[in-house]
Design a protein around this ligand. Sequence first.
Ligand code: NAD
Length: 469
Amino acid sequence: MVSDKDINVIVSEVIKRLGVETGSVTVAASRAAGRGVFDNLEEAFKAATEAQKQLVALPLATREAIIANMRKRAMERVEELARVGNEETGYGRVEDKIQKNKLAITKTPGIEDLRPAAYSGDHGLTLQELAPYGLIGAITPSTNPSETVICNSIGMVAAGNAVAFGPHPSAARVSQLAMTILNDAIVEAGGPENLLVCAAKPSLENAQLLFTHPLIRLLVVTGGPAVVAAAAKSGKKFIAAGPGNPPAVVDETADLKKAARDIIAGATLDNNVLCIAEKEIIVVEAVADELKKHLRNSGAYEVSARELVQLEKLVLDHKTGGPNKKFVGKNADFILEHLGVRVPPDVRMVLAETPPDHPFVVEEMLMPVVPLVRVRDVFAAIELAVKVEHGYHHTAVMHSKNIDNLHLMAVRCDCSIFVKNGPSYAGLGFGGEGPTTFTIASPTGEGITTARSFTRSRRCVLVDHFRIV
Ligand code: NAD
């Protein structure tokens, strides 16, 4: 015989199980669309604003657990993110994208980046804290799509914000995938739903809504000159991470073999789509031939004068004079194949000696076609480097053992990142010290953005008390 008590236990167990089933159906449905992916952006902004309020009401220990779980779950899917990013955009190399995503996951600072300041004296105690903005609008690029979503999400959520993403339309799938993985991790660790949101169909129009909507308190844009200009016109507080054209200067004191290896490593990471990647080599006459020999021995194919003419026709867009999109982020052997030159896949860079005003030098090519310009001496090299960097103040690289030359370059280039005697990516904390970012804000001056960049400074003053020294 089954007693009433037993029946109650069975019924409550059935209800519990049904509840669990219902819950998992709901989760499955929202996951099919992607957690945080909305057809209607107005609803997305409202949901994220609500989520942010819930986030700041949680204990900081929970926020820490959320950030830890975001890293954990993203790391579990890192190969998928790299593969989808490569398939969707056609840019870069899967193995390099794995490294870039891992860098964003492991070296983007979390809440430990937020340190309050305290002042105590005769008039009491003043505490200056780093408070969230609320909802941040983050525009992300096609060149580091999931990396930027991961990096921005960790930093912005650590600082107590929600984020409405405006991903590049040609990287919509991988950006949404990254965002969904992170949203799932947030909820799993006890955080609110919809802390990260975006439109189901990312477009320029949808991105522009972020620039005008009153619920967006801060804009953070990562991309080329057009999006930086659009943010500047928005009337909102904004952080802009714009284009770069990093020169790599090599003087006669450099370890040329190492300089060649480092330049190839930096300039070919993900086929040169990174804004910080070496875009042109400027070398002093005395060591130019020796450097070229080491570059050829380390994985570069140097084009002949005849091949250079063909290469210009191939990789430059005849209307704009800039890069031909078909070759942006492509492998060197793929580009060379179109010139009728067959090389093994371990050739990662196409080297071309050019005059200083050549389009390969002046344009941000974003492909592993790297020009080399020879100049009279180190002073001419530094002046040319400053000129072709176009005043972006983004990134510069130098290979030298001469402290005076390095100092002169540091002062003259005045860049957010200056790497000495290493590959450019050391400036992102990859094989170099310091935290990473995929949003290097040169135009607005934040440089390496981290959680604290996404905060407002608030002062809390207690008058005439708590001076305890
Ligand atoms: P992009 O400028 O084409 O697009 C970047 C983002 O801006 C995309 O989401 C795009 O949809 C949006 N956008 C473009 N024009 C817009 C407008 N008028 N209004 C609103 N949104 C607009 O750049 P990309 O090809 O994706 O990325 C490469 C560029 O980004 C390069 O110039 C590179 O140097 C730069 N970049 C800079 C950093 C940095 O940290 N400074 C990082 C990555 C890329």
